[in-house]
Each structure stands twice: as structure tokens, then as C-alpha cells.
Design a protein around this ligand. Structure first.
Ligand SMILES: N[C@@H](CCC(=O)N[C@@H](CS)C(=O)NCC(=O)O)C(=O)O
Length: 254
């Protein structure tokens, strides 16, 4: 019988974490296929023609559906599996519009600034490239102003869109997780110096789905570091497939 388990193709760093977190919030059974995009695995002919012509992860496969773009993936999961696990999107159109608004704020205001920090201070060092400190100062000032608005908002309600945890909160946690790992002066203080923002982050990290997400990501990273690819993990972090087609993917179809 054909295996209908959902598959999430996912790599290191922040775009992959929201779909993993969403799948755990929904308590859905899935298989994680780790893709080493830093090593060019999203640029192979196979990947481009079968999964995402834009050459990026994450990509979700759910039966006949193939979906890329992390926000499209989490919105699909929230709608398709609405009655399973945590409900991440309110029914009321006005409440739902507030969630959409904060997701737009995330994409257009928060993420460009946070992702520059992550690119310069996490990804480039990981790739063995030099950090460019020039954009960081201006970036930090803008991020600080934006987070002041978050601080005020989170003084009014425990989550961005109101009383409950939604997709809007879920997406922020991933870049914030990487920011909190940075040793660069002042970055952690963006979060910790703002009591409402700090409490919000703490509330999100206390959710049972978060440690499962981090364990899965770190386990993939560890396996990748040992070069035991390809990496297929099930929802409980067990390896479900070992070795096999990596060589075919990387060399045969390049
Ligand atoms: N907007 C996309 C961004 C995806 C993205 O940037 N993915 C990175 C990994 S975090 C990637 O696959 N990079 C490979 C490349 O661009 O070559 C999303 O949210 O899914």
C-alpha cells in the first residue's frame, strides 16, 4: 500500500521551523526529509523539477498536493486540519484579519531585518563566509523601533492577534530562536530588554510543540554534520529511511 504520510522537505535555518512547529502543534504524523540546501541540494534537476522550481525548502507533500513557501504551508495545515490539534486560525473574519495583518507585518517589517541578522551572523559563518557588519547597525536600529511597537501591542494581549496563539505568533518564533542564539552584542537584548516581548517568547517556547521542533531540527543537523544523508525522520524523530539516493540526487541529476 502506498505510504500517504505527509512529507516535509526541510533544511537548516529559519524557514523550515514554522512548518515543523505547525505540524507538531497539529499533532500530525509526518516524515521530515532533510535537504542540505547549503550544499546545493535544492539546485539539482530532480529537486527543481519535482519539488520547487525556485530551488528552496521547505516543501510539503500531502498526497497529491505539493506546496512551497512556509506561510502557504502553515496556512494550508491550519485550514485543512482545522479540527486537529491546536486551532491556529480564528473563524471570525475580523479576528482572522488581525492574524493576517500580523503575518503581513512579520513578512514586511520584522523578517527582512531579522533575516539580515541571521544571514550575516549565523548562515555566513556556517558557510565559512565573512560577516558584513555594515548593514547590521542600521538594521539593529530599525528592528529596535519595530520591537517597541510589538512591546506595546503585547502589553494589550498575550499574543499578537489576541488571546490565543495563532499562525502570526508561530512564524515569529523561528527567527527569534536564531536571534537568541547570537553572541553579537545587543541582539538578545532586543528580546530580553522588553518585558512583554520576552514574556511572549517565553509563553511560545513553553508550548509542548516547541521542544519537539527544536529536537527534530537539531537531530537533523547532527546527522548532517556526520554526513549520514539523506535524512528522513518521522514525527517522533526516528530515522525511517537510511542512505540510498543521495548520490543519485546530488551527482546523477545535477
Ligand atoms: N519565502 C520562502 C523562503 C525559503 C528560503 O529562503 N529557504 C532557504 C532555506 S531557509 C533555501 O532553501 N535556500 C536555498 C537557496 O535559496 O538556494 C519560505 O518562506 O518558504
Amino acid at each position: 500500500m502506498e505510504d500517504q504520510k505527509m512529507k516535509l522537505h526541510c533544511g537548516l535555518f529559519f524557514s523550515g521551523l514554522p512548518p515543523i512547529l505547525c505540524l507538531h502543534e497539529k499533532d500530525l504524523d509526518f516524515e521530515l526529509v532533510f535537504v542540505d540546501w547549503v550544499a546545493g541540494e535544492t539546485r539539482t534537476k530532480t529537486f527543481l523539477s519535482n519539488l520547487n522550481p525556485f530551488g528552496q525548502v521547505p516543501v510539503l507533500e500531502d498526497a497529491d498536493l505539493k506546496l512551497f513557501e512556509s506561510m502557504a504551508i502553515t496556512r494550508y495545515l491550519a485550514e485543512q486540519y482545522k479540527d486537529v490539534g491546536t486551532d491556529l486560525l480564528p473563524n471570525d473574519p475580523k479576528e482572522r484579519a488581525i492574524v493576517s495583518m500580523w503575518m503581513e507585518i512579520y513578512t514586511n517589517q520584522f523578517l527582512p531585518l531579522a533575516s539580515t541578522l541571521i544571514k550575516e551572523l549565523v548562515i555566513k559563518p556556517y558557510q565559512g563566509l565573512a560577516t558584513d557588519f555594515t548593514p547590521l547597525q542600521e538594521n539593529k536600529e530599525k528592528l529596535s523601533q519595530i520591537l517597541n511597537i510589538y512591546e506595546a501591542r503585547l502589553g494589550e494581549s498575550p499574543y499578537l492577534a489576541g488571546e490565543s496563539f495563532t499562525l502570526a505568533d508561530l512564524h515569529h518564533l523561528s527567527p527569534i530562536h536564531y536571534m537568541l542564539k547570537m553572541e553579537e552584542e545587543g541582539v538578545k537584548d532586543f528580546i530580553y530588554s522588553r518585558p512583554n516581548v520576552a514574556a511572549w517568547v517565553q509563553r511560545m517556547k513553553s508550548r509542548p510543540a516547541w521542544p519537539k521542533t527544536v529536537v527534530m531540527q537539531e537531530h537533523s543537523f547532527e546527522l548532517m554534520r556526520q554526513r549520514r544523508l539523506p535524512i528522513h525522520l518521522d514525527s517522533s524523530c526516528h530515522e525511517v529511511t537510511t542512505v540510498a539516493q543521495k548520490t543519485a540526487i546530488v551527482t546523477g541529476n545535477n
